[in-house]
Design a protein around this ligand. Sequence first.
Ligand code: HEC
Ligand code: HEC
Ligand code: HEC
Ligand code: HEC
Length: 207
Amino acid sequence: MDLPPEPEPSEEQLGSIDCLACHAYSGGGPHFKRPNLSPDLYDADETSDVHMARGLSCIDCHKAVDHTFPTKSTDTWNREEGHIPQCTDCHGQDSHGGLKGWILNTFHDRVACQVCHIPYIAHGEYPTDMYRNWTHPEFVAEAAKYEPQLDLRKMVEPVYAWYNGTRKAYLYPAKIELENGKITYLAPLGSKDDHKAKIYHTSYTTQ
Ligand code: HEC
Ligand code: HEC
Ligand code: HEC
Ligand code: HEC
């Protein structure tokens, strides 16, 4: 039997809507999947996302090669190799103009752009999950399954931490080390004295 040739897959055909199908809803609910991308992005405005409101799509910044999307954030397990998208790719190292800009640019070596430009997480219509408590699961009839108790929040203030691009990760079967009765799964590494580190915004989520 002669089958028609497979269409050539093309990155250019993808829109943000294709990425949001997974990234806005997976992980148990809207805005749950790390790094907490909101369904607000389906119809972004200047307050939800200045880039997407002005017509940029995910792949303008995340340029995939061979299906890899390189990043270095603390909480994705698979950290793929390649160029990690940076704000300075498009805005340059001296991103601010004028006298006020000259002062702002002096922060760039030690403060990540996101610290000032993303003051709140979940700042749109949808809350994000901050705490999943599995010690008291509840039966959810519509879903016909047990779910953890969730602490959903909006307008979450980020937690600020030094981050040099590396992280501490707990991987089974390593010995469990409890800190204040808790296991740290993933945490950013870096300090003020580490000149590769900048202050980044992050969030503190517990399961
Ligand atoms: C079929 C579901 C699905 C679709 C569609 C999808 N992703 Fe993902 N994506 C995932 C999963 C699952 C991960 C891995 C999460 C992890 O490692 O914790 C991931 C990881 C990523 C990462 C982090 C990569 C890393 O190094 O860990 C980026 C960035 C990303 N996706 C961007 C995109 C973009 C941009 C699109 C649209 C072109 C897209 N994704 C479409 C499911 C999807
Ligand atoms: C204006 C540029 C820009 C746009 C548009 C953009 N991103 Fe990102 N994204 C970034 C940057 C910069 C980071 C942080 C990269 C880093 O430091 O690892 C990031 C981080 C991420 C991460 C976290 C990766 C991780 O390791 O946890 C995912 C997933 C992701 N973006 C997916 C998307 C999806 C899906 C879209 C479209 C709905 C999108 N991004 C649109 C610039 C962008
Ligand atoms: C792929 C290129 C690209 C990347 C990467 C990128 N931007 Fe942008 N950014 C743009 C474009 C294009 C605009 C719209 C400019 C316009 O409307 O004149 C914009 C607009 C902005 C604005 C609004 C400026 C204004 O005049 O209102 C801010 C703030 C901003 N970006 C910050 C960032 C930050 C912070 C990051 C990293 C998380 C980032 N950008 C990553 C291309 C990019
Ligand atoms: C210390 C806080 C801070 C940091 C760090 C910071 N910005 Fe800004 N940024 C601001 C403020 C405040 C404004 C508004 C300036 C104004 O109203 O004149 C601004 C404005 C902008 C604009 C709009 C254009 C302009 O000159 O007003 C862009 C684009 C931008 N920032 C990109 C970035 C990028 C890219 C980085 C990282 C390399 C970054 N910012 C880091 C505080 C910061």
